[in-house]
Write a protein that binds this ligand. Sequence first.
Ligand code: IVH
Length: 672
Amino acid sequence: MDREQARKRIEQLSLELEAHNHRYYVLAAPVISDQEFDRTLKELEALEREWPEFASANSPTQRVGGDITKEFATVAHRFPMLSLSNSYSRQEVADFVARVEKEIGTTMYVMELKYDGVAISLSYKDGELVRGVTRGDGEKGDDITANVRTVGAIPLKLRGDFPNEFEARGEILFMRAQFDKLNAERAKQGLELYANPRNTAAGSLKQQDPKDVARRGLDNFIYTLQGDRLPTRSHFENMRAAHTWGFKTPDPERRFIERTDNVEGIMAFIEHWGQARHGLEMDIDGIVIKVDDLRIQEELGTTAKSPRWAIAYKFQAEQAVTRLNEVTYQVGRTGAITPVANLEPVLLAGTTVKRASLHNADQIAKLDLHIGDHVKVEKGGEIIPKIVGVELDRREAGATHVIFPHRCPECGTDLVRYEGEAQHYCPNEHACPPQIVGRIEHFVGRKMMAIDGLGGGTVAELVREGLIHDVADLYELDKEQLLRLGKGWGEKSAAQLIDGIEASKSIPFEQVLFAIGIRHVGETVAKKIARSVGSMDKLARMQLLELVGIDEVGTVIAQSIIDFFAVQGNRDIVDRLKARGLRMEVEASAAGPVGDKLKGLTFVVSGVFRNFSRDGVKEAIERNGGKVSGSISSKTSFVLAGADMGPAKRTKAEELKVKVIDEDEFTRMINE
Ligand code: IVH
C-alpha cells in the first residue's frame, strides 16, 4: 500500500467506524456484529501505527483511550455554565410560569428530563470535537477531552449541516444496566461496590488513563446548544437539529422532551415522569422547564447563578415506612464492620427493599434504633437505601435497644475504633474468615494476579474446606485436593484453576505489589513504587523518609508499608510467594535503557510515535528519571513531538520558549 492508498483507507475506515458507532450508541440500532466492528478497528489501528501522520485526534481508535493525562488543564468557559434554580412543588412551577407570562405574555415552554449525571461542555469546530470541559465552578472547568472521546454517544465528527463553531452541553452519565454490570464485575473481584451512578460517572471522568474511562462505558445526553449561529431560535428545534448531526438528544416519541404553551401541559409532563421515571434506563432527579424561544430567553436574562427562563422541578426522594426486624453486622476485607438493617420487605421506588445501610455505630446511636421500630427508608441516588428516621409514637413498650457489638460477629475478637474514624474494625486480620476470604479474593482479581476460575464463592469454598488460609497457600494447591472436594469439581475445572494459578507467576511485579494488599497501596501507587524501588526486598527494608521520597507516596502510605512489613506473618507470606516463583522485581523491559539521564527534566508528550506506543514513550521518560506533564508551562523542559502534534501545543511551546524535540532526538538522549 502506498502513502495515498493508506491515507484513503484510513479515512474510509474512520468514516465507517464512526457511522457504526453512531448506530450503536445513539440510535441503538447496530447493523454489524461486535466482532466485525473490532476487526475493522484493528485494521485502522494497524494502519495508523504504520502511517502515524494520518492518525487524527478524533479517530475512532481514540474511543478506546488515547494519551494519559497527568493533570487536567483548567480552561475558561466561553459562555458560563449556569445552574438551574430548583423547585420542589408544583406551586413554585406555576409561579415561574406566571412570572414569565407577566413579563412577556403567552409563550412556548419545553419540558425535558433532568439527568442525574455530570455536566459537560463540548466544543466543536468545523464539525470536529475539539474540547470537552467539566462544569467546574461554572466559569472554568477541567479539560477532560481525552476521556470524553471514549464516550460512544458523543460524536467526534459531525454529519449534516452544523454551524462551524458551537458548544453542545449535556450530561455524562451511566445507564443503570451498565452501572449494575460494573458493580457485578466488582463484586466478582471482591472489590467494594460503587455507591451510585452519578458519583461513579464523576469519578470515572477524572481517571488519568482514558483506557480506564473507556472500559467503564459512560453515556451522554445533550440538553442545550451554545453559539452565535445556531440553526433556529427554538431550543426544541435545535435539539432536533443536533440529533441529525449525530448527538444523542431527548427522544420526543418517548416523551423525553415535549412542548406546551400552558401550565397544564407542564403539570401533565411532571405527573407522567413522577411515576414513569422508575422504569427509565437511567436516573433522573427531576424535570427541567425552559422557555423555548432563544430570543425570549435572552430577554428574560439570568440572575448571578441561574437563568430566569428555566426552572428545575425536583422529585422528592421516595420514602416508605417499614419494620426493623434485625440488625446484622458484615465484616469486610479490611475488617471494617458495617451494620445492616434487615427490614420487613417494602415497595420503594419500584423495587422491593429488604435491607438498608446503617453506616456505623454513630448512625445507630443518632437514630436511637430499637428492634421492631417503624423506620423511614429513603432511596436517594444510592443503590442501598438508607434509614432517615424512626416513627417514635409507634414504638412498642419494652422494645430492645440496638447495641453495636464489642466483638467481631465472625471471629469474636474485640473490635477497635481508630482515632478520627467512624468505622469499627476487627483487628484479627489473619484468622477472621471474611477477612481471609476478602484478602484472597482481592489477590486473585483481574488487575492483580488475574487468576481465572476463582470467582463467585470459590475462594470462600476453598477457605471453608481448609485448603487455603492465605494467598501463598494457592501456590501449594494440587489438582487431587480439588478433585477430592467433589461438589462440581471435575478434571477440567480443577486443571483450569491449577493452570491459572501457574500462569499468574508471570504477572509483573507492579501487580504483585498491588495484589498483596498493603493498605492504601492501590493500583497506581503500586506501579509508582514498583518502578521507583525496583524490588520487594528493597521495599521491605526502606525507612519512612526514603519512602516519602517516592512520587505519590505520603506519610500515610509510607507508614502503612512499614506496618505491613513489620508483621512477621506478612513477611512469611511474601517469602513463600517469592519461593514459589512470583515476580518480586521489575522487569528490565524491552522499552530501552534505564537510568537517570533525564533526571530533573519535565516532558510534555504529544502526537504519535514510530517506535513507541503512547504509553511506551512516557514509560521511557520515567524509566530514565524524567517526569511527564500534561500541559506545557514555563517548567516544561522539552515538548516531545510525534506526528500530528496539535498546532495549539506548538504555538504554546513557542510562546513559552520551550524546546520542541522529535522522536529521533529523544532516542539519542536516552541512548547516549
Ligand atoms: S439546562 C442554564 N437541562 O442540571 C442551565 N440542565 O442545575 C443549563 N441538567 O449543571 C442547564 N439535565 O448538569 C439543563 N435537561 C437539562 C438538564 C440539566 C440535567 C443538569 C446540568 C446542570 C444542572 C443545573
